[in-house]
Structures are given as structure tokens and as C-alpha cells.
Design a binder for this molecule. Sequence first.
Ligand code: ZN
Length: 163
Amino acid sequence: MSKDTVQDGVVVSMDYKLTVDGEVLDSSDEAGPLQFLAGYGNIIPGLEQEMMGMKIGESKDVVVQPEDGYGEFDEEAFMDVPRSEFPADMQLEEGLELHVTDEDGNHQAAYVSSFDDKSVSLDFNHPLAGAVLNFSVKVVGLREPTEEELDHGHVHEGGGHHH
Ligand code: ZN
């Protein structure tokens, strides 16, 4: 069966541009089309949902609200950590991305919000939390995934993010 629309289990190549508050934050202009395996949560849900059923060559502007994007900004999602828990020679700076493991063993990204000699305030919000995301997308290719890609739930070509 040939698949000629975006649907679960199809590898989609798309040109895209992401604009937030009038500023272009990301686009396929430099890196080329983004590939993702539809239906596997490879891209944010609000965008994936709107792309279902699109054909090759079709373009669409999609506005994604925070709850369907990177979440609402959570004022409570901050944590103060003693400076002594970080390596003494570690260069801290505001906005620095850290990967931390919580008590339950979950890995999370956190960003240095502020710091002084005694303590470091970590922000667990995604940098785009609370943002309305304006996507401009164009489907430029559709193909069947390989068995391995289906098995892993993500694309192996072009993305460069295999793990
Ligand atoms: Zn893989």
C-alpha cells in the first residue's frame, strides 16, 4: 500500500520555519528538511496533529498554543541547589543547560536561572514554555520507514540524532 499523505507510521520530510513573537527561531533553510516518523511523538503534538493528512507539496501555517507545544510557564518549576553540589571549577552562567537526575531517576533538562557563591537557582521550564509557536511547514517527501526505524520509533537518516 502506498502512503501519499501524512499518517501514523510514515516518514515525513518537511521544510519548516518556527516563529515566536515575530522572531524566526528555527528553520530548515540551513540544515535542510527535517525528517520525522509520524505518530511516534518525534515532534510536538500540536504540530503533528495538524499535519496529519497533508500531501507532498502541501504547505500549512500552524499556530500551536503552549499546552500543545512546550507547556505553560510554571512559576513553581524552580529549585535552589547549593553551589557546593556543583564542581568548584565549573563555569556557571545564566541560561546554561544542565542535565539533572531527580530522586526517581528521571533525567531532566534544567537551565541556570541565577547563581551566587552559595546557591544556584535552576529553572526546569523548557526555554519555549509559555510561547505561542507559529510554524510554517511544507511536506516535501513521504516514505515508508525501515523495520529498524519502526522498531526504534524514530528516523535514522538525515536527523543525525540516533541513540
Ligand atoms: Zn534508532
